[in-house]
Write a protein that binds this ligand. Structure first.
Ligand SMILES: [Zn+2]
Length: 258
C-alpha cells in the first residue's frame, strides 16, 4: 500500500495534528497566518454540552484557515471567562487576566516561529473584552500582526444574516443556548444535542447588566435564554458559512493593509 502523507496533510488545517517538521516546512512554503479561537466551557442548558463555544471555535477556526489556504488553526483556547454561569455544574471559568496571559503566550509563541498574522476569534461573549484589551498591546509588542475579530454586535448581525440565508426567522435568535447555538451544534456534532431535552428557557427582555452581575441563574432556571426547539442543522450550516466568509474577507483586508 502506498502512503500519501501529503494528501492527509492537506485535508486538515489543525496545527496541533502537525509535527514540528511539517510546520517548519509550511512556514517556509508560505503559511503565514494562525487562527486562534477563544471559546468557553460553560453550561448551555440541558440539551447542549458545556464545550459548545469551544466547539464553535474549533469549527470556525478550521473553516477560516481552510478558506485562507495559507493558514493553520491553533488549538482553541478553552475555557474562558464564564463567571456568570458558575451556578451551573461543569462550568469552568478563568479570570480575565489568566485568559489574557494565555493569549499572550499563544501570540508570542506563534510570532517567534514566524507566523506573520495571528487572528483571535472569540466565540463566547465573556471573552470579547479580554481579547479586545490584549490584542492591541500584543500588536505593538510583536512583529506579527494581531487581528481581533471581536465585535459582538457584528457577530450577532452575521448570525442573523445566516438565518436569512437559510430562509428561517427565529423569534429570539441570538441568545444563550437558544435556537442559534442549537442549530450550530446540530450542524457540526449532531450526536451531542440531547434532542429529548430541548426546552425553552427565559424568553423576552433580558438585562445584560443583571445577567453579568447576578448570574444566569437569576434569570433562567435551566440555563437557556430563548427557545432551542427551532434550531436546525441547515440553519447552523448557513450561520457558520456567513461568519466564516465575513471573517475571511476581513482577515484578507487586514493582511493586505500591513
Ligand atoms: Zn455559547
Amino acid at each position: 500500500m502506498t502512503v500519501q502523507p501529503s494528501d492527509s496533510d492537506e485535508s486538515s488545517v489543525r496545527l496541533a495534528e502537525r509535527t514540528w517538521t511539517e510546520i517548519e516546512r509550511e512556514l517556509e512554503d508560505g503559511t503565514r497566518t494562525a487562527v486562534v479561537a477563544v471559546g468557553s466551557v460553560e453550561q448551555h442548558g440541558p440539551h447542549l454540552p458545556v464545550v459548545m463555544d469551544a466547539l464553535t471555535g474549533d469549527e470556525l477556526a478550521e473553516r477560516i484557515a481552510d478558506e485562507l489556504g495559507d493558514a493553520l488553526a491553533a488549538p482553541t483556547i478553552r475555557p474562558g471567562c464564564s463567571g456568570h454561569h458558575m451556578e451551573f455544574p461543569g462550568t469552568i471559568t478563568i479570570p480575565p487576566e489568566t485568559l489574557m496571559d494565555l493569549i499572550r503566550g499563544y501570540c508570542r509563541s506563534l510570532d517567534e516561529h514566524g507566523f506573520e498574522h495571528v487572528v483571535l476569534v472569540p466565540t463566547h461573549g465573556g471573552n470579547f473584552a479580554p481579547v479586545n484589551t490584549v490584542a492591541p498591546e500584543l500588536g505593538r509588542e510583536l512583529d506579527a500582526n494581531v487581528v481581533a475579530l471581536a465585535d459582538l454586535p457584528e457577530l450577532m448581525e452575521l448570525q442573523n444574516e445566516g438565518l436569512r440565508d437559510a430562509g428561517v426567522e427565529y423569534e429570539q435568535p441570538v441568545v444563550h443556548a437558544g435556537a442559534v447555538e442549537t442549530a450550530i451544534v446540530l450542524a457540526v456534532a449532531e450526536e451531542l444535542v440531547r434532542t429529548d431535552e430541548l426546552e425553552a428557557g427565559h424568553e423576552g427582555e433580558i438585562s445584560t447588566a443583571r445577567l453579568l452581575s447576578e448570574g444566569f441563574a437569576s434569570i433562567t432556571e435551566n440555563g437557556v435564554l430563548g427557545d432551542p426547539r427551532e434550531g436546525t442543522a441547515e440553519a447552523g450550516e448557513a450561520i457558520l458559512e456567513r461568519i466564516a466568509n465575513a471573517y475571511v474577507e476581513r482577515i484578507e483586508r487586514e493582511r493586505a493593509a500591513v
